[in-house]
Ligand binder design. Structure first.
Ligand code: IPM
Ligand code: MN
Length: 358
């Protein structure tokens, strides 16, 4: 297959983990005879330094002309004083909306080999976890009105959480359809005891659920869900929630599976160009040290192969290569528990080699 993948390495450890993912994609090209046409573009803080905006026109156009986008990470303390609308993180939100994307997917699997790296108590970790977090990313507080105004106590800042029924229906349908391919259980997470937007969310998910009588639906308040993910992670299958709650729960899932470096994710929409990238941020404290964990980025590349390119066998080969590498005992620092560890580039090379040898 000939295609075009736009790389947005971004800031901090973004370029290092992206390089790892590229090494694995190179191996897939060689092994299976594809040409992925990888092109890197500025994005986030580095784009801001270079052009004055975090999402330059050229970068956006390159993304629009590609089959899929692979992103590293954006942001860092260097850009902390930038106004919210121009911050590196805004590049991600603007790109999602420019590509018409609405669903953030994050599969969180606790690998048997990494049970000891999980933050969970051993007897809970042993129960395992295989969760798919589904976040709504086109509406909600990230995309609502933001601003400053005069309040009773002087100037105040505000961000609006708003959800249209059709927006909730669209993401709920996706969550139920995905649940049908898994353990057929959807946990919808909201704060319906307080928030009006959550009340509409819950009522809408209930209506959508009627079309999926074969899928079990449970509602949970986000506070309770945050607790139960740590006490009975094995009870969850698909977790459906808003962008902000999902962002928090995704980081919590990182502790469940052992490290935020392990988690892949993507943002997609039906028939749209998807964005793929690890859940972790730019980790400026370890940037440039070749100690990051590239597995989240590599598994994101595998999601890209399966979801945007339909290359399921290739994606499975990458997943398997990750498992093989972990089972051989290779660990990056974040999952090594103070024991011997390898560098980011070495981990990626080993996974790439295991793809070639599969
Ligand atoms: C993520 C990030 C983004 C999000 C931010 C940077 C917009 O935290 O992908 O998890 O919350 O969607
Ligand atoms: Mn996040």
């Amino acid at each position: 297959m000939n295609c075009r993948i736009t790389l947005l390495p971004g800031d901090g450890i973004g370029p290092e983990v992206t390089e790892g993912a590229v090494a694995v994609l190179d191996a897939v090209e060689r092994k299976f005879g594809h040409s992925f046409g990888l092109t890197a573009m500025p994005f986030g803080g580095n784009a801001l330094d270079l052009t004055g905006v975090p999402l330059p026109e050229d970068t956006l156009n390159a993304c629009k002309q590609s089959d899929a986008v692979l992103v590293g990470a954006v942001g860092g303390p260097k850009w902390d004083d930038i106004k919210p609308h121009n911050r590196p993180e805004r590049a991600l939100i603007s790109l999602r909306s420019a590509l018409g994307l609405y669903a953030g997917l994050c599969p969180a699997v606790l690998y048997p080999n990494l049970v000891s790296a999980s933050a969970l108590r051993a007897d809970v970790a042993k129960l395992g976890a295989d969760i798919l977090l589904v976040r709504e990313l086109s509406g909600g507080i990230y995309n609502g009105e933001h601003g400053y105004r005069d309040g009773a106590l002087g100037q105040e800042a505000y961000d609006v959480e708003a959800y249209a029924i059709s927006t909730v229906e669209r993401i709920a349908n996706m969550a139920f359809e995905l649940a049908r391919t898994r353990k057929k259980r959807v946990t919808s997470v909201d704060k319906a005891n307080v928030l009006t937007a959550s009340k509409l969310w819950r009522a809408t998910v209930d209506r959508v659920a009627k079309g999926y009588p074969d899928v079990e639906l449970v509602h949970k308040h986000v506070s309770n869900c945050a607790l139960e993910l740590l006490t009975r992670p094995d009870k969850f299958d698909v977790v459906l929630t808003s962008g902000l709650f999902g962002d928090m729960l995704m980081s919590e899932l990182a502790a469940v599976v052992g490290s935020i470096g392990m988690l892949p994710s993507c943002v997609v929409g039906k028939g749209a160009i998807g964005i793929y990238g690890a859940v972790h941020g730019s980790a400026p404290d370890i940037a440039g040290t070749d100690t990051a964990n590239p597995i989240g980025a590599i598994l994101s590349a595998a999601m890209l192969l399966a979801t945007s390119l339909g290359l399921r066998a290739e994606a499975a080969a990458v997943d398997k290569a990750v498992k093989t590498t972990l089972s051989k005992g290779l660990r990056t620092k974040d999952i090594a528990h103070g024991k011997k560890h390898v560098s980011c580039s070495r981990m990626a090379e080993e996974i790439a080699m295991n793809v070639l040898n599969s």
